[in-house]
Design a protein around this ligand. Structure first.
Ligand code: CU
Length: 193
């Protein structure tokens, strides 16, 4: 197993998305013929795709509550099913508040909220009409900040987002039924190919 894969699996475990990889991991216990003892085959690729990102949030609003905050996001796709988990830390002064968060199509550029583009919507990307805007067709990760200044969110969607230089954008408000969540406050880049 490469260092990269081990790192990603550690991050996945940390975030509690282990259920997603428990199947393949369990399968690996039955060593296929030809795999020497002491080596573990972990069939993560090609049927699974893992993308992750971990670091300081980039600020999209000059005096937003996410100055100095960090986030980690892990996205695991199995065929047409994708699990995404987000954890934000370092927002003690916003304890109790709920923020909207989504996967957006464009990159995460500090000071430029528009660069992130619209929500990643699987109907829009695949040209299906009418476009449905909900948590089944977009990746919504709203979170509420705990007293210790952390927030987590997870979602499972029935599609696999296409690769690109994308971002998780955190908004000022909870996401409403139309997918709106107010001003863009911060973002975390999420790129995969
Ligand atoms: Cu958004």
């Amino acid at each position: 197993m490469t260092r990269t894969v081990r790192g990603v699996l550690a991050a996945v475990g940390l975030l509690g998305v282990v259920g997603v990889i428990a199947g393949p991991m369990a399968a690996a216990q039955n060593r296929p013929p030809g795999v020497p003892p002491g080596e573990i085959a972990v069939p993560v690729a090609p049927e699974s795709n893992v993308a992750s990102s971990n670091g300081p949030l980039r600020q999209l609003s000059p005096h937003g509550p996410f100055q100095g905050a960090r986030a980690v996001v892990v996205m695991v796709s199995h065929g047409a099913r994708t699990s995404v988990r987000l954890k934000v830390t370092g927002v003690e002064h916003a304890a109790g508040r709920t923020f909207g968060a989504h996967l957006h199509t464009g990159p995460c550029v500090a000071g430029d909220g528009a660069a992130a583009g619209p929500h990643y919507n699987t109907d829009v990307i695949s040209g299906r009409k009418p476009v449905r805007v909900d948590r089944e067709h977009e990746i919504w990760l709203d979170f509420t900040v705990s007293p210790s200044g952390a927030g987590t969110a997870s979602t499972v969607v029935p599609f696999a987002p296409k690769p690109g230089n994308r971002s998780i954008v955190i908004h000022q408000d909870e996401t409403d039924s139309h997918g709106s969540a107010g001003a863009r406050l911060a973002c975390l880049p999420l790129s995969w190919s």
